[in-house]
Design a protein around this ligand. Structure first.
Ligand SMILES: Cc1ncc(CN)c(N)n1
Length: 216
């Protein structure tokens, strides 16, 4: 079994609970209250910068040039494509003042940065993988279960369910598998641990947006 197949099996219960979250269910029918989506967007635009930097760190530490270039491209696409999506929503909602970083975003962003910088590079690759894979899976799920044709969150859904994002996701998965195949069993286990931690932090990120979790 490939590393990615066993890694996904290990997060299956987390993924299933993500699909049941009110944030995701209400994205599907377009009833998610605007202020919850706005909290999410503001935190996510902060997150994306940290995520992009983490991808660039992993790229710089990659063991071969194709992997290095792939991670640099992921970093560039994240900053350009996903940020453009956020900016278009900020424009639609006339948001000028952005929020400061809140606990869930802070936790996730700094977990990614420290893992990318300080752990074995394969572990850094595994830590950023849920940011690709879970978003693609959730985007596809929402796309397939949509009922209304008039969803204010359609641009978000189309981005993550889209084929362009799908190509990047497949590439990130296969790079992780190739690196895992060359790694020791200890490193493989650390990869899985990092993959699980990031998957839990994805859950937490959406939950924080739904309940408006803020620093005391
Ligand atoms: C928190 C989070 N995780 C993942 C993604 C998709 N790159 C995102 N935009 N935000």
């Amino acid at each position: 079994m490939k590393w990615s197949e066993q890694a996904w099996l290990s997060i299956e219960p987390i993924y299933e609970s993500i699909l049941q979250m009110p944030f995701i269910q209400e994205l599907i029918d377009g009833t998610l209250p605007l202020e919850k989506f706005q909290y999410y967007l503001m935190q996510d635009s902060i997150y994306l910068e940290h995520f992009g930097r983490s991808l660039a760190i992993v790229g710089a530490r990659a063991q071969n040039i194709p992997d290095m270039l792939a991670f640099f491209r992921f970093a560039e696409t994240t900053i350009i494509v996903e940020n453009a999506l956020h900016e278009s929503y900020f424009k639609d909602f006339a948001i000028v003042d952005k929020d400061t970083i809140q606990p869930a975003c802070h936790h996730y962003a700094h977990f990614l940065r420290s893992t990318a910088a300080l752990e074995a590079v394969e572990v850094g690759m595994a830590a950023v993988l849920p940011c690709f894979w879970i978003y693609k899976a959730v985007g596809d799920y929402i796309y397939q279960h949509q009922q209304t044709g008039n969803n204010p969150y359609q641009k978000w859904i189309d981005t993550y369910a889209g084929e362009e994002f799908g190509i990047a996701v497949r590439s990130a998965i296969s790079i992780c598998d190739a690196n895992a195949a060359q790694a020791t069993t200890v490193t493989q286990a650390q990869m899985t641990e990092a993959f699980i931690a990031s998957s839990k932090l994805e859950y937490d990120f959406w939950e924080a947006a739904y309940i408006n979790r803020r620093w005391k």
